[in-house]
Design a protein around this ligand. Structure first.
Ligand code: AMP
Length: 272
C-alpha cells in the first residue's frame, strides 16, 4: 500500500483497528483508544470469508457500510480501508498462518480453521497498513491472545493494545451479531452476563473449584431452554489450558448459540 509508506515517512504513529464492520460502541471504543495513542488512525472493514465455517453465518453477517463511514468520520478516523474479497485473496492463494497451541480449544475447537483465517487476514492487514500499533478487543479473548502470540513468534513490529469489553446497559457484550437476535432472544441473552457475574461472586465468596464454577454457569445458562451451550471453560489466562483450581487469576470463557446466532463473552476471574 503506497499510502502506508507515505504516511510512515511523513507522519507519526499509525494505529490500525481491524473490524468486520457493522460498527457499534465496542468498536468505537477501540477507535478512541487508537486515537489516544497514535497520530493516524486506520480502520479496516472487511468481512473475512476465510474465518467463517458456515456459509450462512458469512452471508447473514450484518453490513452497514454507510453508517460505519459516518461513525468513523465523526471520530476523526483518517483512513477507512474496506477492500473487496477478490482484492484481498488471490484465487490461488496457498499460504496461510496457523497457530498451533492457543487455537486448539474454545472457539478454535468449535470452528476449525477459524483462527487460520483470522491470523492470515491480520498479518495481511499488518503488511498492508504497516501500523505501529493495532487495537483488539478483550471481547474476543482467545483471538487477542493468539494475535499477541503471532506477533511474538513471527517478530512482527506491531504493538498490540487491548481494549476492554463494552457492554449494553443490561450487561450483554456488544456484538455486531446482537442485531440478528429477535426481541425475545435479545432479552434472554442477558443470562450470559448474569452467569459471569455469578461466577465472579462465587469466587469472591471463596469458591476455587473450576468444575463447580463451570457447572454453576451452565446451570444458570440452562434457565433459557432455547440457548445451546457451545462451551463454558475456565482456562489459564496465558496458555488457555484448562485449570482445575483457581490460582491468582483465570479466564472464564463462554460461547452459546441463541436462535442460531453465536454469542461469546468472557471475564478474568481474579482472587482478592
Ligand atoms: P469484529 O468486527 O467483531 O471482528 O470485531 C472487531 C474488533 O472489535 C475485535 O478486536 C473485537 O474484539 C472488538 N470488539 C467487538 N465487540 C467488542 C466489545 N463489545 N467491546 C470491545 N471490543 C469489541
Amino acid at each position: 500500500m503506497d499510502w502506508a509508506k507515505e504516511r510512515r515517512c511523513c507522519l507519526g504513529r499509525v494505529a490500525l483497528v481491524p473490524t468486520m464492520g457493522a460498527l457499534h460502541v465496542g468498536h468505537l471504543s477501540l477507535i478512541e483508544l487508537a486515537r489516544m495513542q497514535a497520530d493516524e488512525v486506520v480502520v479496516s472493514l472487511f468481512v473475512n470469508p476465510t474465518q467463517f465455517g458456515e456459509v450462512s453465518d458469512l452471508t447473514s453477517y450484518p453490513k452497514t457500510l454507510e453508517q460505519d463511514k459516518a461513525r468513523c468520520e465523526a471520530l476523526g478516523v483518517d483512513v477507512l480501508f474496506a477492500p473487496s474479497a477478490d482484492r484481498v485473496y488471490a484465487p490461488d492463494a496457498s499460504v496461510w498462518i496457523d497457530e498451533e497451541q492457543l487455537s486448539r480449544g474454545l472457539c478454535g475447537g468449535s470452528r476449525p480453521g477459524h483462527f487460520r483465517g483470522v491470523c492470515t487476514i491480520v498479518l495481511k492487514l499488518f503488511n498492508w497498513v504497516q501500523p505501529d500499533l493495532a487495537v483488539f478487543g478483550e471481547k474476543d479473548a482467545q483471538q487477542l491472545r493468539i494475535i499477541e502470540r503471532m506477533v511474538r513468534d513471527l517478530n512482527i513490529a506491531v504493538e498490540i493494545v487491548r481494549g476492554e469489553i463494552v457492554r449494553e446497559s443490561d450487561g450483554l457484550a456488544m456484538s455486531s451479531r446482537n442485531q440478528r437476535l429477535s426481541k425475545v432472544a435479545r432479552a434472554d441473552a442477558v443470562v450470559i452476563y448474569e452467569a459471569i457475574e455469578l461466577a465472579k461472586k462465587w469466587v469472591e465468596q471463596g469458591e476455587r473449584s473450576t468444575e463447580v464454577l463451570m457447572q454453576g454457569v451452565r446451570d444458570r445458562l440452562a434457565r433459557v431452554p432455547s440457548l445451546i451451550v457451545d462451551y463454558v471453560v475456565v482456562v489459564d489466562d496465558v496458555t488457555l489450558e484448562p485449570v482445575e483450581q483457581l490460582g491468582s487469576s483465570a479466564l472464564l470463557a463462554i460461547a452459546v448459540k441463541l436462535e442460531s446466532v453465536r454469542l461469546i463473552d468472557n471475564s478474568v476471574l481474579r482472587l482478592g
